[in-house]
Ligand binder design. Structure first.
Ligand code: NIG
Ligand code: FE
Length: 412
């Protein structure tokens, strides 16, 4: 691949440090003016400022034309792999049904489970490849991807194999999460405890043996899995060496965030209905808040108290939650807008929330999430002079070019 120079960067804005940024650190970004970045074999070797250029010869020179450059965005929570779509739910919602009503009636997640079970590995691979392209086109260079629409051994493995194949073949860095307990499958209706038991005894050991997931996640929610079932499953997963994630306090606060703090989960996700005790537990346990504002928008719910969580010293990340039900959008630029407008985070806090903090929450903090010497050269050149512009413009794709491991993967 050789040596690549990115020159003529108007402003290189980035958080610094390969750790989760919390409290006042969340809002600290470096802003290097008139900068250049030297890259060797996909890794950042030198950053210069004030119009100075790195020394040496380069095989390729990329002219940033005075624009803003940031680290590649990291989408830390997605449900990327799924069969079919659920556009018929729009009519149900217009008729007054809410998210959990649809699920309780055997639709929602369970509808996607039927379609995902019926889909071939090849179909899922092709479809998800397209989503990864679309994400990268909008500035995302690393993401997490959850299973959770199979809900049995064979179909969950099929989903995780698709994620694994994509991680190997697509330019995107993709981190796999097993979300077997996403809903109680029809075969186990009314028997959630038995489904958790089967997951712990049969599915987790197989996933572990085949190294198909890095994290395990559960939907801890009223009418889905309660806190005791979540504790059992997450404890079992931790014992096998998986990192922990939990969908918690999305609609009702039923103890998921307290559990996340107690177990030292990598992240608790959604948090729309989080209470003081949940926030205290997360701060205490060092749990990242994975906030999903586009889901609040799409479900017509309130917004997670992200600003309060920053003030309480909880590292805040923001992600798309891309899925066919509660948020059929993979546009992280809209999440950036909502971070400012609804969460009231500053542009610097927002940039941290879509780069280093999610990177750390999916185990990639040493490798991506900041533009620093030694890190992977994952960068976005924006059609914008500064990050305020990205926070301010709504609905357009402001990406100019995406650079992944030193190579241009998107040029618009
Ligand atoms: O994170 N809440 C649970 N899971 C997803 C939605 C999945 C779906 O509706 O298909 C979420 O919002
Ligand atoms: Fe989700």
């Amino acid at each position: 691949m050789g040596r690549v120079l990115i020159k003529n960067i108007g402003c290189l804005q980035t958080p610094v440090g390969s750790y989760s940024h919390k409290g006042s650190k969340q809002g600290v970004n470096e802003k290097y003016l008139d900068a250049a970045v030297a890259i060797e074999d996909g890794i950042i070797k030198e950053i210069t400022t004030g119009g100075k250029l790195p020394a040496g010869d380069f095989d390729e020179v990329i002219d940033a034309e005075g624009k803003l450059v940031t680290p590649g965005l990291v989408d830390g929570h997605t449900h990327l792999v799924f069969g079919g779509y659920r556009q018929h739910e729009i009519a149900m919602k217009l008729a007054g049904a809410d998210y959990l009503d649809i699920l309780r009636a055997g639709g929602g997640i369970l509808d996607t489970v039927r379609k995902t079970r019926a889909a071939s590995k090849e179909e899922l691979y092709e479809k998800t490849w397209g989503f990864l392209d679309e994400m990268m086109d909008m500035g995302v260079t690393s993401c997490e991807a959850k299973s959770g629409y199979g809900l049995d051994l064979e179909s969950e493995i099929k989903m995780l194999e698709v994620i694994g194949d994509l991680a190997e073949n697509h330019a995107m860095d993709v981190v796999p999460t097993f979300l077997g307990p996403h809903a109680v499958p029809p075969e186990y209706e009314g028997k959630g405890d038995e489904y958790i038991e089967m997951t712990c005894q049969e599915i987790l050991p197989e996933i572990k043996k085949r190294k198909l997931a890095v994290y395990c996640d559960i939907f801890c929610e009223d009418s889905v899995f309660n806190a005791e079932q979540s504790r059992k499953y997450l404890t079992c997963a931790a014992g096998m060496g998986f990192g922990l994630k939990i969908h918690a306090d999305e609609i009702e606060a039923i103890g998921g965030t307290e559990l996340a703090g107690e177990l030292g989960a990598a992240s608790a996700e959604h948090l729309i209905a989080i209470t003081e005790s949940g926030m205290d537990a997360m701060a205490e346990g060092g749990v990242t808040a994975m906030c999903l504002p586009a889901t609040s928008f799409y479900l017509g719910k309130t917004y997670a108290p992200a600003k309060t969580m920053v003030e309480k010293g909880i590292p805040v990340a923001m992600a798309s939650d891309f899925n066919p039900g509660s948020c059929p959008s993979l546009n992280l630029q809209i999440v950036i807008n909502l971070g400012c407008l609804k969460y009231k985070l500053t542009p610097e806090e927002v940039l941290t929330a879509v780069t280093i903090n999610p990177a750390c929450a999916i185990g990639l903090g040493e490798k991506v999430g900041t533009a620093e010497v030694g890190k992977q050269a994952d960068l976005v050149i924006w059609n914008a002079p500064d990050f305020e512009m990205v926070c301010y413009r709504l609905g357009s794709n402001l990406v100019d070019r995406v650079i992944k491991k030193g190579k241009i993967t998107v040029a618009r």
